[in-house]
Structures are given as C-alpha cells and as structure tokens.
Design a protein around this ligand. Sequence first.
Ligand code: ATP
Ligand code: MN
Length: 478
Amino acid sequence: MIISIKELLNSENYGNKVNVKGWVRTKRGSKNVAFIALNDGSTINNIQIVVEVNEQNENILAKIHTGASISVDGELVKSEGKGQNVEINSIKIEILGESNPDEYPLQPKKHSLEFLREIAHLRFRTNTFGAISRIRHAMIFAVHSFFNERGFCNVHTPLITASDAEGAGEMFRVTTLPAKDAPTNEEGNVDFSNDFFGRETNLTVSGQLEAELAAMALSKVYTFGPTFRAENSNTTRHLAEFWMIEPEAAFYDINDNMDLAEDMLKYCVKYALDNCKEDIEFLSKRLQEEEKTKPQNERSQELIEKLNFVLENNFERVTYTEAIDILRNSKPNKKKKFQYIIDGWGADLQSEHERYLVEKHFKKPVILIDYPKEIKSFYMKQNDDGKTVRAMDILFPGIGEIVGGSQREENYDKLVTRMNEMGVPTKDMNWYLDTRKFGTVPHSGFGLGFERLMLFVTGMGNIRDVIPFPRTPKNAEF
Ligand code: ATP
Ligand code: MN
C-alpha cells in the first residue's frame, strides 16, 4: 500500500519500515550524509530523507536533483530537527524519473505568479499551487456537503444548449460545420439545419433555466458545473471558462434566498478554516510578504482575520436605491475619483462602486437588492413599484460581486410581457414558460462563481491563479 507523506508526518510509529514516494524539492548535505526534502502533494509539508552516503548509493545520489521522482525504503525515526516530528533514514533509494537541473524550470526559490502561469503544467509542484489545489478540492467538497445536508438534489444541466440564458449573446458556438465554406441558406446566412444538432447551438452561460425546470418538481436543486462566456473582459475576476454553483428552490422568496446564500458562503469559509489550516496559513504568510510592498493604506486585511470576519458578521442588506445615494454622496464620486461617476438612479454598478460599498462604507459583505429592471435579466420577479426587480447581488471585499441571484417571476403573463419588452424570443422557450403554466410557484435561486469564492478563501489576487488551466481571451494553452 502507498502511504502518503501527510500520513507519515502524522505517524508516531517510530522504527517502522516504510516506503515513500514523491518528488524532490531540495537536496543538500555533505560528503557523508545527504538530506532530501520530498513532497507528494498530500500536504504542504515535505518529509526529510536522511541518506548516509556510501559506495552503493553514491552514483544514485549524484543523479537526484530538484524535480526528480524517487522511491525510498527506510526507517521512520523521530526527528531531531525543528519543524518536523519524523524523518526517514534511507535504506534504499530508487530513482523513478530523473530531472535535468539545467532544464527544470522550477528552482527552489520564489517564482512570480506570471511566470508560473506560463508553466501551468508544472506549477502544481509549487507550494502555492499545491495549497490552492487542495483548498479547491476542499471547497468543492464543502459545496456538495452543504447542499446535501440541506436536502438539495444535485442535477446536471446541459453544457451544449440552444438558448442564451442571460440574453447577453456572449456565447461560444458549438458546431461541426466546416470553418471554410459553411453551407448557407437563401438569405446567405449559415444554414444550421445542416449542423450536428440541426440548429445553432452554443456552450452554456448558466444552468439556471434548466435548474428551474427541475426545481418545479424536486423543490430544492443545485447545479455545479462549468460555464462559458465569450466576454472579452480581461480582468482579474473573469474567465472564459469558469465553474458555477446554482441552487434553485421552489417556495423560496428573496429573503430565504439571501439566507441560503449567506449560510452557504459562511459554511464554505468555515470548512476551509477547519480543514485547510496549514495551506491557508502558508498563503497568508505569502500574502503578507506581498502586502509589505504596498503603501500602508492599500494593504488588505490578513487572510485568516478576513475569513473570520466574514463568519462573525451578518451581511448588510441594502437596496440598490440606498446604495446609489451612498455612492452619489461619497468622496470618490464627488472628487471624480471613480472611473464611472454615479450621477443618478439607474446606473449599473461597476466593480469600483461595489468595492467602495463593501470596503470603505459598510466594511463588511453587502447584499444589494431591488435593482432597476433595465439592468437585470428578464426572469427576475418584478416588484410592485414597476421599476425594480427582486434581484440580490452579494458583494465581497477585494472581489466585488461574488453571487448574483433573484426571486424569479412566476407569473406567466408578466414573464411573457417582460420577455417581449426585452426582445427575448419566446418562440423557442416554451419548455421554460410551461413551468409557469402548470402549477407555477414562487421560487428563487442564485449563481456563485466558484473561482470568485476561491479568490476570497485563498486571498489570491488574480482568478488565473485559482484554477489549474485558465481560459481567457487569446489564451487556451495546456
Ligand atoms: P460580473 O458583473 O462580475 O461580470 P455578472 O453580473 O456577469 O458578473 P452573473 O451573470 O450574475 O454575473 O453570474 C453569476 C456569478 O458568476 C457572478 O456573481 C460571479 O461570481 C460569477 N461570474 C460571472 N462571470 C464570470 C466570469 N467571467 N468568470 C468568473 N466568474 C464569473
Ligand atoms: Mn459579467
């Protein structure tokens, strides 16, 4: 059986004969004894291998460099060194795969995140990406565990779809038609009846509409899958391929929806603090070093403090109208420091405004509700004022929008009217409208961008660094 380094480091079975396998982080030592720091990704910590140099192993040792993979048979012993309880006295070392030190791009020193993005196939082997990968796993697990505990049913919604859920039209087409000389119809447009699905299809931007169908029978459902957006926004918060968690619950109103979202975010943050302590501590230290280079007033809160802060405070629930008043009278607005000046009701909020509300004004997470209907999607429930819809966006420090959700319009006539006003074709959407025709009920849901949650929990500043293989404009390597 293969024992992980994590298990070995926690073991007190001194004297046991063990086998350990992993990748060499560093090798140092003298003529007589060598010390190898070995890591297998099960933990951020390395196990130390102590090798007495002799005639049999001399040649093998000379070939062991950073990045090589080795298998070691040895004895688990109590460590005299600080920072570790156990180490392994090597009896026999075998090289599984050599690594040429002149070519291996990862040196035992700090590399920039930009450089590591260029070697995404190897960056898993760094402390930073090891930590992020393990936290990512823990967060996936926490999401499923949260919904499972609450009786939500996980549904898989399609990735290939013929509808544009957001009506934004920023979709990637899925086709088997030839790129050159695709068949055209009489009007000269591409003839999709010859395409694989007999119609135009795209990669989904959201599983919400299909999740709504399931909620109209199973009551509480959620999807957790990849979504694709061909938006050309080269920011630190946008990916062209990202993972989204979308619960949808029958009989939930906007308040139930806000409670659910707040509970879920707190559950995930608590799970990370309880289960990823070493990795978060490592990332916190890393972040603090980076913050030292910034002026005092631009430094962000220490990571663990920031995570606890979210757990301990209720999210502030504020209407869009109140938020506009706050922003209009704010210093950066009056001094024209915002890139987009807020001059009246109806303006769409930019990330700079969202972050002002969270970081400067309320100093805690904020849930904004009752947005103008013009800046929100067709499916949101219309308020009686005729101007606003029952939307809820959750804004987080350092990130801005982390959740976008709403109570849905369950009234058939109101929904159709709104779709017509907004130019959403009702013709192909009978399957969606049927839910409002047969036993419609009030219901609500939201979308949480998984990588935005990852940004928050890891304290990383760029979304490209919290997903193994980021997809962004002009970049789909690996
Ligand atoms: P933003 O204004 O930040 O672009 P949005 O209004 O387009 O967000 P929604 O369509 O409501 O976002 O999507 C729901 C959630 O999905 C967002 O709250 C966010 O967490 C996440 N999200 C949206 N677009 C992206 C993206 N391109 N990359 C990563 N996450 C995203
Ligand atoms: Mn967007």
